[in-house]
Write a protein that binds this ligand. Structure first.
Ligand SMILES: Cc1cc2nc3c(=O)[nH]c(=O)nc-3n(C[C@H](O)[C@H](O)[C@H](O)COP(=O)(O)OP(=O)(O)OC[C@H]3O[C@@H](n4cnc5c(N)ncnc54)[C@H](O)[C@@H]3O)c2cc1C
Length: 422
């Protein structure tokens, strides 16, 4: 079992106080972690949003030589989906669509980042095998069947058929998403002077058709000048009129629980993608189970459309969904039954979703130097690094080389609204 340790982030508080993930529907190189470099671009960049996408963007901006990077976060770093996600990573599960190249580059960047930042110790990075299996409901005729010998011993609930291997240690991996996000920012805070401001973005200041800074809620003293601004606000992106006037970002609520079994060493590194029916003929559920090197087991699923509250700290799980995840945990393994586990967390968060199902990464048409990065849906932890690296290249060098950002350009919505208007 690994105890994960996090070095502190320097906070500057201005506040007075698989191609599809079932439940919701080329080697990239890492810049050397040098000390603060002379900026070739000389750019001061403000990144709004301290989730995984904002943190990755800040990391690569700083390591690629931005003059100064400030992250503005309303609540706490990785307080939302980026802290409550599974942290599962897959090399090739997005290959059949436009996200394939981004995902592959990101999977490799995760490996390089883990080597550079001591990922296994700092944020639980590890490769793991991944299985798909169908768990039988109690009372179904075959429920008394013995579990398959090809299952890890701790998966001792009745299954409908032998498991299918859908990922290996070459193609699937995991991180603890909150620790990953915070470790990235700690690293660049220490080595490159990246600042984290706890404050709420009010608006992007625009002059002469270009972003010149951001205003935070709470008065004029909260104006931060910038040469470029990045909006990485996850499911809150629509709260910015710059975003909502161009495209829609909605939130899909999903639930998770984190359990600590009494015998953590019995749990092997196997990610499980399940199908489960509460009773024959009932709606098929597709929860996911991710054992972590800390000895904890993370289980998520139970998604639904819901209103995103203004304050990320106000997002709570619904009791029926949480109860269902506990039921499923107990069906998967006797080690995860109520009474056999300490409950570490019962929570919910929102996936940021766009209308065409693709992320939006690039410069906002009509506002120079104002960039957006959102809409990563169920793959934001995987795709954060290549998103951040590509966006940093676009901002500092004028084009991205880590991944082709064309499919994700915000201007695709401009073309659509023009077509609709004709
Ligand atoms: C249950 C669940 C499991 C998941 N599992 C996985 C997985 O295994 N693998 C994977 O790759 N992805 C997974 N995801 C998806 C992933 O979590 C998201 O795609 C990703 O976290 C989105 O990151 P983000 O930075 O865009 O948004 P968020 O994490 O939502 O961050 C946005 C940040 O912006 C801040 N903010 C909002 N408004 C303001 C403002 N006005 N001013 C300043 N800050 C503001 C918020 O406080 C928040 O911190 C999962 C998601 C869920 C819900």
């Amino acid at each position: 079992m690994v105890e994960l340790v996090l070095s502190p982030i320097r906070f500057l508080s201005l506040s007075p106080h698989r191609p599809s993930r079932p439940f919701i529907s080329a080697m990239a190189s890492l810049p050397p972690a040098s000390s603060a470099a002379e900026s070739p671009a000389g750019k001061r960049v403000v990144v709004c949003g301290g989730g995984v996408v904002g943190a990755c963007t800040a990391y690569f901006l700083a390591t690629k030589g931005a003059a100064h990077v400030t992250v503005v976060e309303k609540s706490a770093i990785a307080c939302a989906a980026s802290g409550k996600a599974g942290g599962f990573l897959a090399l090739d599960w997005c290959d059949s669509g436009p996200v394939g190249g981004l995902a592959r580059a990101s999977f490799h960047l995760h490996r390089s980042l883990a080597a550079a930042l001591d990922g296994p110790a700092k944020y639980g990075y590890r490769s793991l095998d991944t299985l798909s299996l169908s768990i039988l409901p109690s009372g179904s005729p075959a429920a008394a069947a013995k579990s398959s010998p090809s299952l890890p011993p701790w998966v001792d609930g009745p299954t409908a058929r032998p498991p299918r291997t859908i990922g290996t240690t070459e193609t699937t991996a995991q991180v603890h998403p909150q620790l990953f996000t915070r470790t990235l920012l700690s690293a660049v805070a220490e080595r490159h002077g990246v600042e984290v401001l706890i404050g709420e973005l009010d608006r992007v200041e625009v002059a002469g058709g270009r972003a010149v800074g951001v205003a935070l809620k709470g008065g004029d003293s909260r104006l931060i000048p910038a040469d470029a601004v990045v909006l990485a606000l996850g499911p809150w992106s629509n709260r910015s009129p710059i975003v909502s006037s161009l495209f829609n970002v909605s939130g899909l609520k999903a639930h998770s629980i984190v359990l600590r079994p009494k015998a953590p060493n019995a749990i092997t590194p196997h990610a499980l993608f399940l199908s489960y029916q509460t009773a024959p003929g009932a709606k098929m559920l597709d929860p996911e189970v991710f054992p972590r090197p800390t000895g904890e087991v993370y289980i998520c699923g139970m998604s639904k459309e819901a209103e995103v509250p203004d304050d990320p700290e106000e997002i709570v799980g619904e009791s029926e969904s949480i109860a269902m995840l506990h039921e499923i945990a107990g069906k998967v393994s006797s080690h995860l039954k109520d009474g056999e586990v300490e409950v570490v967390a019962e929570q919910a968060c929102f996936l940021p979703c766009t209308d065409d199902g693709l992320p939006v990464i690039g410069e906002i048409p009509g506002i120079k130097s104002c960039y957006v990065a959102t809409g990563h849906s169920c793959w934001g932890i995987l795709n954060g690094p290549a998103t951040g690296a590509s966006l940093a290249e676009l901002i500092l060098e004028g084009e991205s080389t880590t991944a082709d950002l064309k499919p994700f350009s915000p201007s695709r919505f401009l073309r659509r609204s023009t077509r609709q208007a004709v």
